[in-house]
Write a protein that binds this ligand. Structure first.
Ligand code: SF4
Length: 702
């Protein structure tokens, strides 16, 4: 259908958690173009390569799913069905399974790319009405260690800082992140600030010399898994030199002495040897921090995706606490969100271990509040299966039906051969997606076509707690529906009342009411305000509030004592799978600049493929020479779980003993390059986040 005239809409980029504002122009043929929103406080008109090419992915419908498809049995092909048929039959399957095996026999696996309203209704459906907490999200794979870090140390999953702190900081410690490629607009702001202020110091911690290291004053290159020793060693130097804020520690923290004892127990020389970082570099990092008036720590999956990810968070956040660099301009611990709405998902409690509005599943008062609000008898106190626990439950036959929404786990979960077997074991698999190219479709009994990013209305929250409204720009193709609409139709097909929303705004209003009185209170923020006044950082407690840029400015934290908590870090030994003679190298996985997740969107854009169009293995020259590997040689990478075959890229930008594979490629793009064929199934015992940054492998010429 053509429309009468060109129109433009303000909305937000669909890729990373930076949350850049974009202006989308829709032409008379319903094609869209994208440009940066000059008025947006985050990006002021700038966009990175992914954002500026977003419209190519959105205009290309060649891979889109247009109508529901279902198979009669595993031996039958998928066949087109009506929405009514699809949802009635699925409701019958789910009801039968729940009647026979109980509510914990079904589960939902959702995504940090879902809009907040979508997250809210699916969480309400599962926890309130189906009677299980089996809803987890792919944010488990990237953010859950940071969530546990904040919650334990500050009392709640609350990012205390704002992007405006970048221009107020004079020392940055970026750990386990490559924002130059993965959060580019944020990094441009750091670069521009440093250019204007040459005395600003940039410390980067990464076993790889990434683009983020260009222009760094100090690059610390620890062996994977040894970060806790490194941050503790920096803390030790700060403590020994008296460069800590004892007034802050005394008045606003608890358990400092136990933390200090664990830190000083390891001599600096020992820590330096274990991390393989020179002692003088550790002293230099401490000196930069000691001299700073504003000190920001920034981190992402290099810390979080670890079997000790939560303790790595404790060790890094402790550097902010001992120096009192929190709750004041230019200072604080800042976890960089990978996905555009991972934060929004946490706000609605879209994790198996959380409740709505940052309430606790373990707290009976919180469970009663939410149950009463939703008008249901109760909420189960039993935590649901996390992402990798869902795989294990499928293997055991305990989880019989799984609904996968807006994510592609057959590329992104660890040990994919095992995931394939587990999904094959499921009685019923629903895949709700926009793209026919999603690898997970091959296991679907029911495929539901979802609306894409510009095809629905809703809200998202970026890394700095900033909520933005997303306009619907075009109609979805074929019979595709917005994810929230699909979930509500299914809930009604199940016979549940409470899903008769007339608009996304009605869902948002309900969510906002549920936050009233909590630390993430947005009851003063309506769709109307978002549309007319722009974006807001939570909390927004009443209609006179313009939002909250920085948390903890009064140094009263969200713990019962209102004090931030230190944790002793006395067991920092690496808990990852051991290296052996058969598997002597450490595999770490990550992202490249112009691709996003499993490439179902960015993989369609030829301009983005020009940067790097094929998977590769980064290997150090000494490791390559020892294996007779030349530049461009096709190599086989093996772990105890599987293998991968790609070309070698020999570079001294990676530490000896470590190899790197990008995580984007799946079976649908190239069968042999799926990095997660190799990755370890170990997870952090607290956050349940997988150990993607440490798998034992060997590399041989093919
Ligand atoms: Fe989009 Fe992130 Fe790039 Fe901004 S930095 S344009 S949010 S991908």
């Amino acid at each position: 259908m053509t429309i009468a005239r060109e129109e433009s809409f303000k909305t937000t980029c669909s890729y990373c958690g930076v949350g850049c504002g974009i202006v989308v122009k829709r032409d008379r043929r319903n094609n869209v173009t994208v440009e940066g929103d000059k008025d947006h406080p985050v990006n002021k008109g700038m966009l990175c390569s992914k954002g500026m090419n977003l419209h190519y992915a959105m205009n290309d419908h060649s891979d889109r799913l247009f109508y529901p498809e279902m198979r009669r049995s595993r031996n039958h092909p998928l066949e087109r069905v009506t929405w009514d048929d699809a949802l009635k039959r699925t409701a019958a399957v789910f009801s039968t399974i729940i009647q026979k095996h109980g509510p914990d026999a079904v589960g939902f696996y959702v995504s940090g790319q879902c809009l907040t309203e979508e997250y809210y209704v699916v969480n309400k459906l599962v926890k309130g009405f189906l009677g299980t907490n089996n809803i987890d999200t792919n944010s488990r794979l990237c953010m859950s260690s940071a969530v546990a870090g904040y919650t334990n140390m500050l009392g709640e999953d609350a990012v205390p800082v704002a992007y405006e702190d970048i221009e107020l900081a004079d020392c940055f410690l970026i750990a386990g992140a490559n924002p130059a490629w993965c959060h580019p607009i944020l990094f441009r702001r750091i670069e521009a600030h440093k250019q204007r202020n040459p005395d600003v110091k940039l410390i980067v911690v990464d076993p790889r010399k990434t683009q983020t290291c260009t222009g760094a004053d100090l690059h610390l290159q620890p062996l994977p898994g040894t970060d806790i020793y490194l941050y503790n060693a920096i803390a030790r130097v700060l403590i020994e030199n008296g460069d800590v804020d004892y007034t802050f520690i005394h008045n606003h923290t608890e358990d400092y002495e136990r933390y200090r004892a664990s830190v000083v127990a390891v001599p600096l020389a020992d820590a330096a040897r274990i991390c393989a970082v020179p002692e003088e570099d550790i002293r230099m990092a401490a000196a930069y921090i000691a001299a700073a008036k504003g000190f920001l720590t920034l981190w992402a999956m290099g810390l979080n995706q670890s079997v000790v990810g939560v303790h790595k968070n404790f060790a890094l956040i402790s550097l902010n606490l001992i120096t009192g660099h929190i709750g004041k301009p230019g200072s604080g611990p800042f976890s960089l969100t990978g996905q555009p709405n991972a934060m929004g998902g946490r706000e609605v409690g879209g994790l198996a271990t959380m409740l709505a509005a940052h309430r606790s599943l373990q707290n009976p008062v919180h469970r009663r509040e939410v149950a009463d609000f939703w008008g249901v008898p109760g909420i189960s106190e039993k935590p649901g299966y996390t992402a990798t626990q869902m795989v294990e439950a499928l293997e055991r036959g305990e989880l019989k039906a799984i609904w996968i929404m807006c994510t592609n786990p057959l590329v992104s979960l660890p040990d994919l051969r095992r995931v394939e077997k587990a999904l094959g074991n499921a009685r019923f698999v629903v895949v709700q997606d926009i793209s026919r190219k999603s690898d997970t479709l091959s296991f679907a009994d029911l495929v539901l076509p979802a609306a894409g990013h510009f095809e629905k209305e809703g809200t998202m929250t970026n890394s700095e707690r900033r909520i933005s409204h997303l306009s619907k720009v075009v109609e979805p193709p074929g019979e595709a529906l917005a994810d929230a609409e699909i979930v509500c139709r299914f809930a009604r097909a199940m016979g549940f009342h409470g899903f008769e929303y007339t608009s996304p705004a009605a869902i948002y209003d309900e969510h906002a009411r549920l936050t009233r009185g909590t630390n993430i209170d947005i009851s003063g923020l309506s769709y109307e305000r978002l549309k007319t006044e722009g974006t807001f950082q939570w909390p927004v407690k009443d209609i006179s509030s313009s939002g909250t840029a920085r948390l903890f400015t009064d140094h009263r934290f969200y713990t019962p004592s209102q004090k931030a908590r230190f944790f002793p870090l006395d067991k920092p030994a690496n808990q990852s799978e051991p290296l052996t003679a058969d598997f002597p190298l450490i595999l770490t996985t990550g992202r490249i600049r112009d691709q996003w997740h499993t490439m179902t969107k960015t993989g369609k854009v030829s301009r983005l493929r020009q940067h790097i169009d094929k998977p590769f293995l980064e290997i150090h020259p000494d490791d390559a020479a020892a294996r007779d590997i030349q530049e461009g040689t096709v190599v086989t990478i093996r772990s105890a779980r599987g293998d991968v075959r790609v070309r070698a890229k020999i570079t001294d930008e990676i530490k000896q003993g470590v190899v790197f594979l990008p995580m984007h490629w799946g079976k649908a793009t190239t069968d042999l390059a799926r990095a997660n064929n190799l990755t370890s199934t170990l997870v952090d015992p607290i956050s349940k986040e997988p150990d993607f940054k440490f798998s034992a492998v060997e590399v041989t010429p093919y």
